[in-house]
Structure formats: structure tokens, C-alpha cells
Write a protein that binds this ligand. Sequence first.
Ligand SMILES: Nc1ncnc2c1ncn2[C@@H]1O[C@H](COP(=O)(O)OP(=O)(O)OP(=O)(O)O)[C@@H](O)[C@H]1O
Ligand SMILES: [Mg+2]
Length: 863
Amino acid sequence: MDWNDTCWDQVIAEMIEMGFEYSSIVEAIKVVGPSTPSAVEHILNSTTGEASTTQTSNSDARHGNALKERPLSTSRLVRQSKIFDHFHSNDDVKEHKEDLPQLAIDPNPIVLPEPSEAQYLDVDCDWEQKISNLMKKHFGFSSLKSFQKEAISAWIAHKDCLVLAATGSGKSLCFQIPALLSGKVVVVISPLISLMHDQCLKLTRHGISACFLGSGQPDNTVEQKAMRGLYSIVYICPETVLRLIQPLQTLAESRGIALFAIDEVHCVSKWGHDFRPDYRRLSVLRENFSTSKIKSLKFDIPLMALTATATKRVREDILKSLHMSKETKVFLTSFFRSNLRFMVKHSQASQASYAKDFHELIHVYGRKKNIDENEKVFISDDSDQLSNSSNASGISDTDSVSPDDMDDNQDDYAYRDVNIMHAGNTDDFLTEKELSIEFLENDIDGFQSVDNLDVTHGDFCVLPHKELELSETTDPPKKPEGRVKILKEPLEQGPTIIYVPTRQATLRIAKYLCKFGVKAAAYNAGLTKLHLRKVHKEFHENSLEVIVATIAFGMGIDKSNVRRIIHYGWPQSLEAYYQEAGRAGRDGKLADCILYANLASKPSLLPSRKSEAQKKQAYIMLSDCFRYGMNTSCCRAKILVEYFGEDFSHRKCLLCDVCTDGPPQKQNLKEEACILLQTIGANNGCSDSKDCLYDDDIHFDSNYRGPRERPNLKMLVGKIRQQFQKFSTTDELWWRGLARILEVKGYIREGDDKTHVQAKYPEPTELGWEFVKSNEEAFYVYPEADMLLARNLMNKPFSSFSEWGKGWADPEIRRQRLERMGVNRNSGMVSSSKRKRKRKGRKVQHDLRTSRGRLGAKLSKYK
Ligand SMILES: Nc1ncnc2c1ncn2[C@@H]1O[C@H](COP(=O)(O)OP(=O)(O)OP(=O)(O)O)[C@@H](O)[C@H]1O
Ligand SMILES: [Mg+2]
């Protein structure tokens, strides 16, 4: 035989993993040669479907019942074998060894406890050692992290489990190991095709057969093969699972399904940051893969749900929505990532601020000042495609914003990529082959020479985080030596991901960086899949330095050495922010997570088709994010992990900007707080405010009926400026910050029936009035980011608002302004829809005037 041994070994190893018998494999290879697909086809299509069974029975005699009950033919439905049926006994392996000395067979064959024992599995049992060997063989590391151990124990005990562990902590291993251990198929439900690609590539590289099914998989033979049990791990998008229930049931009865893993399971919940309605329908898994539905099953097929970002409410929703068992084990690990350095920086986050904000990046990566023609290709071709694709779908990045989705400020919003999988028809440039799993598998050749693709397997605890346990009262905190050393160390080399809210921004920033010799590329769902795949590949190969992406890039993407995650513009939630920031520093080394946001402007909700309840929730999440940005006094990592319900009360990260720069000086704002509360009360017709000093200069309808007629914060600040000389040049921004502090203290609340990122139509609470009346002299607080910003603005001759505040004394100016604000002396405030109509009318008039003007100018030429 002239085939070389390595080839043989590889094919045999792959096929044993798929669940085929050694003897059948050898027979098949003798006929078709050492090619896995051909050998698989041969076995499955062979008229001796029985042949394999016959051989199986021969080998059964040698291997015992365990192997006998592993079916190879889909036509033969047998009872679901136990998980342990698939572990080889020592004898089995010895026999294999004798037959095939060259084959790298696990020297420590797996012997698992009896199923009865497994119900109460002791983690010190031998199975851990077996897993360790498998891990060493496939992944190059040998010990499970404790949450992985627990999740696998739950699976062995046939229990459902919910795994909540930090980004990059190794959740995938929890469902990969069951595939290796049991010889059955693990079905992984995953939301993004890019993520499925990524994981399949990695698994294949580690010698584990895997495929993905879904809209991005044009090769329909892959689906058939998967349903016949030819892949150990099958990634499926939720829509496809719903379509494939029946074939999956057949698979469960033939080769067997070890587990349904629902990755990124926060997508199930409406209260999460990335709700996908199809995920919610995954309760079909419990209904259709239970002992009551499939008679040959002895246990319901376990569900394993995994995510890095789920609040308590989301967790509860997941358990309920997926109909997970009442005995579901919930494994919660720390969300804290001790090597991530969080920072927030004020920026317009627009083209005007690129030079200032990307100065450092250019310094790190840039090589030249002139545009290199080669580097232009990263973006130039696709910018045309982008405009085509967005026009074709009728969505322009900025046009699709609905005014209803806006809060006061309308800064960074636009159409946002929702899901690369649903991104429309951008496949035109891709051949079928290029999207097939075979192509993906071939792709790994390109990766093999790249050291860095294979992530290092560092735990995140490499930084001395024990030292983080500090007393909050130490002010300034004592910085332990280990941490100080880390702070002084420069960031190691590695790529950067910049997250932006719009597709246009991806292109603009990538282009800008390329100009300075940075190897940058844009990534958004409007670009062709060809481009996206190229970006992925180059990112993994380390030939790209910066990726400028929308949310389409990243979820679950595992690259060890990402050194910076920059968010350029407000994220929509802390869940999304932490999920994206979690791409950084997976090697355990120091990495930066910087949020550049316009701290002078409230973030807006991006347009989407959300129900009222969802929109309300989205505003709450946006508000949390806004407050994270405004915070100046609390460790950022603490805010983030506590957001997910973790107790971090006596700890600080000592890396973030707040920990390192320290909070600003506390200020006594008793007077200002009382004035604000009383002004609010006076304008809310509140009886407690009768003894206030302010006459109601802006006459709102005294018979106002509903909360919508309340003055908003901006107007209230106008009143304060007008009535108090000492505050006449203060900035609205500053008062906005104070109002937020009062809201957090419970002194004011939202008077509107809508949810806003902070109280927009504030009204005082009982507690607020008590505070005003109290004899407490002082009200010391840390000024928030917008207050500090306003203070800087006030150092200038006039801030925009102080200019605005100045004219209020003049009755005519006041009248005009009130009119512009939509306040009618007789009827109170006009409704927002009236205001909108008015604005529209004004715009039409303006357009008419300008076109008339232009026409006039043209005509005048001919006079
Ligand atoms: N027990 C372990 N020991 C060492 N490294 C591990 C271990 N388990 C997993 N890893 C490594 O951790 C890295 C991250 O794993 P994985 O992609 O599963 O993270 P994740 O928790 O799914 O993250 P995300 O939430 O971002 O999807 C992988 O490169 C993996 O090889
Ligand atoms: Mg993952």
C-alpha cells in the first residue's frame, strides 16, 4: 500500500470520532483510499449497510455491548445508548492498538463510572483524567476549569444546565467535551454564521469533525450528512433547528444526540440586549427530544445554555422560555476580567475628532503618512458594494431613523447591523465551494503556519487579582505592587477592534486609518461575504491590525491577543458593551477597553422594530449604559460585574480610569439641589412648593392635565438661570448631571409615562421634599462626567447654553423662544406630534423660500 501512514491514521482517527467502527473504516479505506468523505460515503452507501453491521457485530464480539449499540445506519433505529456506552474499555483500546500501531490512540482510555454513580458524580472520579487526556490530545491543555467540570458533570447526570461565565472563559469546551466523550452528536445552536464558521474552523483544526447548517451553508449535502450523524458537532442557527426537528429526532434515535447546547443564550430573552425571536421558539427542543416523544430515550436530551452576559432577569427568562427542567443546574462564575483596563473618554465621536482620538493608534500601528495603494484595497472595493447593498435593501444607513426612536439628542444612530445571517443577498461574489464546509476545512492550511491563531490557553487570573480586595475606605486606594507594575507596562502587540454604530463609520474610520499606514479593514453586514471572510482570515492571521466593525463582528469570536477594544459612540447596553469588550485580552495579558462617547449628549435608541414593552426595556438598558459613561467615582469593572448581579462590594480593579485617576473632589451641592427641586416642584403645581421664591415666569397652562404638559428639564434650567443671577451662566449639562444624581438618590422621578435615559420631565418625590426641608447643611456628591465637562465649558467666555440663557430677560426674545419651543401661553405646551407637524411645515416653507430664492436669483440674471 503506498498511502502513507499519517494519512491512514488521520482518516481513521477522524472516523472513529464520528462513531464508525474501526474494522469498517479499514475496509472502506482499502476500497476508496485514505479520504474521510469518501470512506464515509462508502460505508453509508454501501449495499452492505449490513456489511458494516456485520462487521460491527464481529467487532461487537470483541468490544462488547457498548459498541454493539452504536448504530451506523440511519435506517436501523435502536434505543438511545447510554452516554457511557460509548466509552471504550481498556480492552477495546488494547485491541485497537494491536491492530493499528501507528494510530495515535489515547493511551489512557476512558473508563467512566456506572450511570447510577454518575447521578451523584464525584468530580475526583477517573473521568476527569480521561477528559484531561482528550483535551491534551485535541486542544493542547489538560485541566478543566471548575465551571467546565461542573457543567460536564451535570451533563453526565443527564441534567440541564445554564452556564454563565465571562467572555473568553472557555464555555465552548463544556459542549465540545461531551461530543468527544460520548461519540454522539452535539447540536449547538448559535446566532451568528460568522461565529459558526469560526468555531468549525477551529474544531477541524483540532481534529474534531464539525459542520454548520443554516443560510450560509449552500452545500445541502452537508445537511444530509449531518443528519446521518457524520459530524460530531453540528452548529445550527435557530431557524434551521425549527425546520429540522424531524431529521434531528431520527438522528437522536440513530447515532444519538448527546446534548443540545444553546450558545449565546441571552438571545432568548426579550430583556437581554440581543433578542432573537427564533431563539424563543427553542422550547421545541425540550418538547420534541424528551422521553415522552422519543420512546428509545431513557432521559430527556439535556439542554446546556451558555452566555457571558445575562442579568438575573434574563436568566430567569431563559429557564422559563426554553422549558428547562426544574432541576436545571445554574453555574455562575465571576464576570470579572482582571486584565481589562476600562476607560471612558469624551469625544464627539465624529469625523472631526478622528485626528485627536486615533492619534495613539496611528502612533502604535502607523508606518507612513501617505496612502499605500495596497492598503487601500481593504476598503475601497467594498465601499461601493456597501452603498449598493444598502440601497438595494432600501435601507440607507442614516435615513432609516425614525424620530420616535430618538430622545433629545440625535447623535450617533443609524441603521445598525442586526445579524450577519439575515443580512440579505450579499452572496453574489461567493462561489458555492467557498461557502462549503470543505472549503472551510481546506482553509485551515492557511492558518497552520500562524502561531497566534492557536490561542494561548491562559486563564484570566494571570493578573494578581487577590490584591484587588481592598478596603473602600482607603482613599486614595493603596495600590499593590503587582498591579502597579502592570500599570507601568506598555500594552503588548496585538490587534484592535473599533466598534462603531453605523456602517458608514466602519468605512470612514478604516479609510482614515489606512491613510496613515495602519492595516485596517471595515466589517459590517452590508459588505460582501467574500470581504467579510477575508477580514476574518486576515484578522486571525494577524495581518490586519485594526478592524472597524459594527456589532456584526465579534460575538463569540475567539482570538487571544486583541489588545484594544474601542467603542466609538455610545453602545446600546452594558450587556452589549461587556460582550464586545470581552473580545480583548483573552490571553490574560493587559488589554484596553476604551469607550469614546459624547458625554455632552444623551445617547439615542437605535431604530428597530420593537414593541412598546421592549422599547421601554431598551431605554432602561441604554440608560444604564449612559450612567456608566457619566460615572466618575466608582470602579468601572465593579459597575460592570455588579450589573450582572455579582457582588464586588469590597473590590476595585485598580486598572480603570476611575481607579487610577481617582474620583473628582466631592462638592457640597445642597443649595443647587434645593433650588432644582423647588423649581421642579413649582412647575409641577406641587403644594409643597408654595413657599418657593420663584414666580412662575413661564406660564404653563395652570389647568394642566397630564404629565406630558410638565416642563422638561431644559426649560426648568432656563428658569433657574433666569431667576438666579449667580446661575445665569451655568450650563444645562451641569444641571442635567445634578438631576441624575437626585434621581439616583430617589429625590426626583420621571413624571412622563415614557422611559428616558434620565428623567426628562422630572417631578419631586416625598423623599425629595424631605431633603429640601431637612436641616442638613451639606449634600456632598461627586460631580459626574457631564458636570465636569460643563465646568470646563464654563471656563470659556460663554457656553452655548449660557448664551441661550442670556436673552431670557427680554420679553420679545422670550416670546420668540417659547414659540420655538412649542409653548403656547394660552394652551400650554403643544403636543409633540403638533410640534413635529409644525417643524415639517417650517421645513417645507423654508424649502419653498430657498427654491424661490434660487429661482429669483436665476431669473435676476435674465433681467
Ligand atoms: N480549561 C481550559 N484551559 C485553558 N484554556 C482553555 C480552557 N478551556 C477553554 N480554554 C481556551 O479559552 C479560549 C476561549 O474559549 P471560548 O471561545 O470557549 O470562550 P467563551 O467562554 O465561549 O467566550 P465568549 O463568551 O466570548 O463566546 C479558547 O481559546 C480555549 O481554547
Ligand atoms: Mg463562546
